[in-house]
Design a protein around this ligand. Sequence first.
Ligand SMILES: NC(=O)c1ccc[n+]([C@@H]2O[C@H](COP(=O)([O-])OP(=O)(O)OC[C@H]3O[C@@H](n4cnc5c(N)ncnc54)[C@H](O)[C@@H]3O)[C@@H](O)[C@H]2O)c1
Length: 262
Amino acid sequence: MSEGRTEPLKRTAVVTGAASGIGLAIATRLAYDGANVIINDISAEAAEKAAAGIRVNGGTALAIDADVSDAEAVTELVRRAVSEFGGVDIMVNNAGIEGDAALRKIQPDFWDRVIDVNLDGVFNGCRAVAAVMDGSGRIVNIASRAWLGWWGQGAYAASKGGVVSLTRALAVELSSKGITVNCVAPGLIDSPMLRKVPQTVFDNVLRAQPSGRIGTSDDVAHLVRFLVDDRAGAITGQILYCCGGKSLFAMPARRPAASPGS
Ligand SMILES: NC(=O)c1ccc[n+]([C@@H]2O[C@H](COP(=O)([O-])OP(=O)(O)OC[C@H]3O[C@@H](n4cnc5c(N)ncnc54)[C@H](O)[C@@H]3O)[C@@H](O)[C@H]2O)c1
């Protein structure tokens, strides 16, 4: 009887953008719980360093660099994962870039890159892995609470809103194969990405987070671990927020003095 006990994850997981921040915490958590983990990142050196850190602590991790916005590279990433470990059971599409800019400052190439990485990257991962996953596959896409909208986040919010819609649509489409597709939508999470945000903007955004507490990468990893569990097979097409309650409220009626990307 397994109820009430967390069984080891005897599965293979690919985590994109796993060399730092949230992705590294997810990969570490899955490896710690018994999964074979493929650490993907655009930086080969950073991916290898992260994989070595997991191996040193007894986990199984393999680094494979690829730019998630490149469909062929992502297909090759999944192909290599299958050839090394015999299959892929868990895909965490986490890689993303910050994309804050006020509308007047958004240039087409900036827009394209944010959409290419944050949305096309998730699509490429879902597409490649759905072709090889069996009946108990788990796909988790990392969106953002920002998809609901905020000042200076037109490009970023659109990319993450696309991730939410894609998740819902694929959950319907892949349910007949027994694959679940869910979204985790973090709020402010302490990571290298967040540390690029100017302090005044950070203070204003944190003020809008009811918990008043900045989340940790481990908070997000915990939620992902829950969604990839064998016993989470009935949960699909959902958006699980990890945002200190910020998603519960509408935006302030007026623009704060300091806003992202303004
Ligand atoms: N930190 C936050 O507050 C926060 C909030 C909401 C959502 N998110 C989302 O969580 C995810 C992880 O963010 P993070 O805060 O850990 O950021 P991070 O910058 O610390 O880590 C992102 C990782 O992705 C890698 N990466 C970037 N572009 C890539 C590409 N094209 N292909 C492969 N790898 C690539 C980077 O090299 C880096 O290692 C992102 O999707 C981000 O949008 C973060």
